[in-house]
Structure formats: structure tokens, C-alpha cells
Design a binder for this molecule. Sequence first.
Ligand code: SF4
Length: 375
Amino acid sequence: MKITFPHMGNTYIAVKVLLDGLGLDYYMPPVADRATFERGIENSPEFMCLPFKTIMGNFLDGLDHGADTILFGGGAGQCRLSYYGDLHKEILHSLGYEFNYINLQLNHLTYKEIMDKFGPFIKGISKATVVKAVTESAWTVFAVDGVYAKAAHVRPREVKHGSADGIMQHFEKRVRTENGFGNIRDAIFEAKRALEAIELDPQANPLKIGIIGEIFIASEPFCNLEIEKKLGNMGADVYNTMSVSMWIKHHFINAILPIHGKDHAVEAAQEYMHIDDVGGHGVNTIGNAELMCRNGLDGIVHIYPFTCMPEIIAQSAFHDIEKKYDIPIMTLIVDEMTAEAGYITRLEAFTDMLRMRHDRQKPQSYNVSRSSRAG
Ligand code: SF4
């Protein structure tokens, strides 16, 4: 058996740790690869959202490289995710591919479902090995998000411009080629130490910008054209609510534990929409915007893929939120036709406008903590 899996942001690092820990054979599609992306677009219905097309490209690449099993986390919610997984499978079968398909229903995930679907593939592997691999993989998710959050903090404050980007580039190159928890953990610690050693400007007074929206686009640098890096290099301290650790907490840890914590974003959204689900993370987007405004950020970027229904619904609440707090929210809609030059111009215009407002106001204290990001 050879497994393949799609990319979403930095999830591949934890997935590698998990599969290495279980001793399973796998093929990882290349990260941020234009040719794979184009193949996904060619083989998807035109009006499907960008995540669908990107994932399709990963599946095709994986199957072409000898994988016979696809590992995917889909869903059965109110948005098109409800038939996402099935549609991928149908299209791939119509192209002549034969494979096993592990499609975890993320929004109704239970321990039983994980064992039912994953169980046959880990037969013969001891319980202790499974627990160790899952624990190391979960640790990796949170540690990797910590590295990205640290880089976001350093970028607008570093004395030597580009220092954080250089370290992150080296980190990403290393974790793509390393195998096994020990090596990946070393790469994480190395990146953390290097980021901590960067000299910061004590006078820096960066803008505070939040990112909200559809999780795949918000967390996938290839699809969001490296928005965190771009805003950071424009002098903004970036708080991305849609981190992979948030997603894991929401879908895996909450689903498995018998006691569920409160979803603060869903709670905060109730003022604008009396419903706890509009598909995808639409309600979380509204709640995260409200929480970030309460915490006094300078501005918010809302990002989502063209035709994403849950985020279109969420956007309808922004007029009220902007009016209540006098904090600007800019929406960016991306698809395969999004041109980088126009995208950068919009980000620059937004940050320039926020900078003018920021400089008019007295420096204020911010309450948003990176370790407890909204959501
Ligand atoms: S939330 Fe939006 S982008 Fe994600 S699957 Fe649903 S429609 Fe597509």
C-alpha cells in the first residue's frame, strides 16, 4: 500500500510525522507546484472552488507516482464540501484510476469513524506505536504553527530586512526532505532558535492586521500568494485566525474528547447571524472579525476562493462590524486567474491607508495573543 494526501498549508509536516511514525509507505505531492495545480484545474468543473481544483491536482500527481490509497479529510456540511470527496473520487475513476479512498468526514468526526476507516490500514501496528505517532504528529502541528507565528511577529520588527524570510525558506526546504519525528523536531527547534536570535527594532510600531476567511485559502501560501509574508514585509504584524492548529483542535481534538470547549468565534458571531453553521467556516469568519475588532486591531483582510458560498454569506455581516468599531475590513477573492501585481497593489493600498489612520491615533495596547488566536 502506498498512501498519498493533498496539501493544505503546512499540514504536510504533521502528516509526514504521522505516516513515518506508523511506518507506512507514502508519496507526498510537491508543495506549491504550478504543473500539479494546472492539472487539477484542467480536470475539475470550472465553477468549483480553488481548494477543490488544487486538491485534485495533488491526487492526480500522487496516483501517477504509484500511490494506490488516498487519505483525505472532507465533510458533509452545508457547503459544497458535502459532495467534495465523492466528486473527486468520481472524476478520478472516470479518468481510469483505481485506488482505496479514506475520506474522513471532518464535521462529524468520531473516534469510531477514524478507527473504522483507518483501522484496516494500521492492522498489525501496535497500539503503543499508533499512540506515539498520533501524539508526535499533534505536537508537530502546534509547534510548526508556533514557528510561523514567531516569523509573523519578527518580520515587521527585524532590523535586517529579509532575515525571517531567509530562515523560513531554509526551514521549509529542510522539512520537505527530512523524515521521522526526531529530524523534523530538530528542524523546528533550529528555526525557532534562529528566529529568536534576529535583532529587533525596539522602536518598531507595526500595524496589527488580522486574516480571516476560508481556511484552505487563508492557510495555503501557494493559493493566497503568501499573504502573511507580503503583509509582514509591508510592516504589519499579522494574526492569521485560520491556522492548521486551530483546524486540528476544532475537527480532531474537539471531536474525540468527550467534553467540548466553547467556540468563542461562533458565540461572537451570534450578534450578526443567529445560526451556528452556514457551511465551511462562514460563522467563524464573522465571529473572528468581531473578536479581532474587540481586540483593537488596525484592520482585517478577509480572503476566500471565488464562488465560496459560506464566505459570501459571512461577508454580509461586515458592514455592521465595520460601522460598530470603525475598523476597515478588505475582502480578497482569489481564483486561478488572480494576478499577483494587482493583488500586491490592493494590499499596499490597504496597508498605506491603515498606516495613515494608525499614525493619527496614539499608540495603543493590543490584547490579541498569538498562542490563543481567535477561533
Ligand atoms: S468552504 Fe468554500 S472553498 Fe471551502 S469547500 Fe466550501 S465552497 Fe469550497
